[in-house]
Design a protein around this ligand. Structure first.
Ligand code: 5AD
Ligand code: SF4
Length: 470
């Protein structure tokens, strides 16, 4: 999953209930953490907490942390150092400030957090945050709480449904976690250890949640999972359904205009899912399908369990099913043992695929993963040099893709106010941000626009209603 953190969980019912307690949630990392922060906020609503965007006015501060790459834990500890000072200042004024650590660093570090960060009241793992109200009560009674067991019960069964007002406040696009955890054990990755084994949410739970989101005004849903295309559940016909089946069903919800899903593993792209890309207009033509590296030797060492040629063939099949699909990916440079020749293979696969969007990282050793045990670690300068070359190529492709959109008439989902008055920002089918002149009352509409130009991180467009070809 990638790191676009934006969803405000705060400010939702801010003005409401002046006297209630306030919670500030800081979200690090991937979209699933954004989703989890929203659900934690829902869980705390029952305890009388309203979200705030001002850390200074919060009675409870939660850090929802990420452990995917280097220094994640250190960053959390330094943030906790600053919070300790804040807590002490409050205490001097006779006021309370509770501090909780949630997410993947909480899972990985557990008790260690209490030891190193005396200001912390609660440590809550990603599978136990439905027990947050209980943890809070215990913390209030003076206990320091660590709850990072992989709970036997399904947290989603125990969380309150997000109410309509909150759904509305969160906007016209929403995330919906359908699957969590990972059984793939890529040798560089901590996810199987922090999020645990692959678990799929049941079909009916997902359909109910999607319906509730749509009833609350959501037009686009992104299904989330660390390995989203490994989702499996018993369908309404009593058979085992996979993600493709689920997408067909969700596409039937009236008012739900757009569907996306992330992140996928190439090994789990089955025929049904590829057919869904062919058949469903609601399924947006954008696919994040990480390959990580282009050398078969490195792919094997990473335990990706496919070759570069298999990945390319898969993309060919997907493009045949949906020719306008935009590809996105993740890359790691400098995995232990990566030679110049291996790295050239990564550049080659990038050239062959031609990505519309991509995320690339220097390999970082994660404690407890098999990659950390490998002896032939790549020196930092070489990693930096390779990353620079790879990113230059990916940026060139991204810019070329954006340019190729200029002049096209496309559907734009209007999402939020733009930077200039009278402007809104919308999303193209290919997940690009697009600026257009439109009224605030149009948020949630899908309009035809003509792309007129490109900026550094977004596109510009004019309304195209009535234009030839619109
Ligand atoms: N070092 C560098 N990048 C990593 N990723 C995951 N683990 C590591 C690591 N140890 C990257 C992968 C993954 C993305 C979410 O983060 O590219 O797809
Ligand atoms: Fe990590 Fe690999 Fe699982 Fe993705 S598929 S979460 S990279 S172990």
């Amino acid at each position: 999953m990638n790191e676009h953190v934006s969803l405000p969980v705060a400010g939702e019912d801010a003005a409401k209930r002046q006297n209630s307690r306030k919670v500030f949630i800081k979200t690090y990392g991937c979209q699933m953490n954004v989703y989890d922060s929203g659900r934690m906020s829902d869980a705390l609503a029952g305890e009388g907490y309203v979200p705030t965007e001002e850390m200074g006015e919060a009675d409870l501060i939660l850090l929802n942390t990420c452990h995917i790459r280097e220094k994640a834990a250190e960053k959390v500890y330094s943030a906790l150092g600053r919070l300790r000072d804040m807590k002490n200042e409050r205490a001097a004024d006779g006021k309370e400030l509770m501090i909780g650590v949630a997410g993947c660093v909480a899972q990985a570090e557990g008790e260690e957090i209490l030891r190193r960060a005396p200001a912390v009241d609660m440590v809550i793992g990603p599978q136990t945050y439905h027990r947050l109200p209980e943890a809070l009560k215990r913390a209030r009674d003076g206990q320091r709480v660590v709850d990072t067991e992989y709970a036997v019960e399904d947290k989603f069964e125990h969380l309150p449904a997000t109410d309509k007002a909150r759904i509305r406040a969160r906007g016209v696009t929403a995330f919906l976690t359908v699957q969590e955890g990972c059984d793939k054990f890529c040798t560089f990755c901590v996810v199987p250890y922090t999020r645990g084994a692959e678990v799929s949410r049941p079909f009916s739970q997902i359909v109910d949640e999607a319906q509730r989101l749509v009833d609350g005004g959501v037009r686009e849903i992104t299904l989330l999972g660390q390995n989203v295309n490994a989702w499996r559940s018993v369908g309404p016909d009593g058979r085992e359904w996979s993600l493709g089946n689920l997408l067909y069903r969700l596409a039937e919800i009236p008012g739900l205009a757009r569907l996306r899903y992330t992140t996928s593993h190439p090994r789990d792209m089955d025929d049904g899912l590829i057919e869904a890309h062919r058949d469903l207009r609601a399924l947006m033509p954008y696919l994040h399908l990480p390959v990580q590296a282009g050398s078969d030797r490195i792919l094997k060492a990473m335990n990706r369990r496919h070759t570069a040629a298999e990945y390319l063939r898969l993309i060919e099949r997907i493009r045949k099913a949906r020719p306008d699909i935009a590809m996105s990916g993740d890359f790691i440079v400098g995995f232990p043992g990566e030679t110049d020749a291996d790295f050239e293979d990564t550049l080659r696969i990038v050239e062959e695929v031609n990505y519309a969007q991509a995320f690339s990282f220097k390999y970082s050793t994660r404690p407890g993963t098999p990659g950390a045990e490998l002896s032939d670690q790549v020196p930092e300068e070489i990693k930096a040099e390779r990353l620079e070359r790879l990113q230059a190529l990916l940026l060139k492709q991204q810019a070329a893709f954006a340019k190729s959109c200029v002049g096209k008439v496309i559907d734009l989902l209007l999402e939020k106010p733009g930077r200039m008055p009278g402007q809104l920002i919308g999303r193209s089918p290919w997940l690009q941000s697009v600026n257009v002149d439109a009224k605030a009352s149009q948020i949630g509409d899908i309009i035809k626009v003509r792309i007129t130009g490109t900026g550094p991180n977004s596109l510009f467009a004019e309304p195209a209603e009535g234009l030839i070809g619109a």
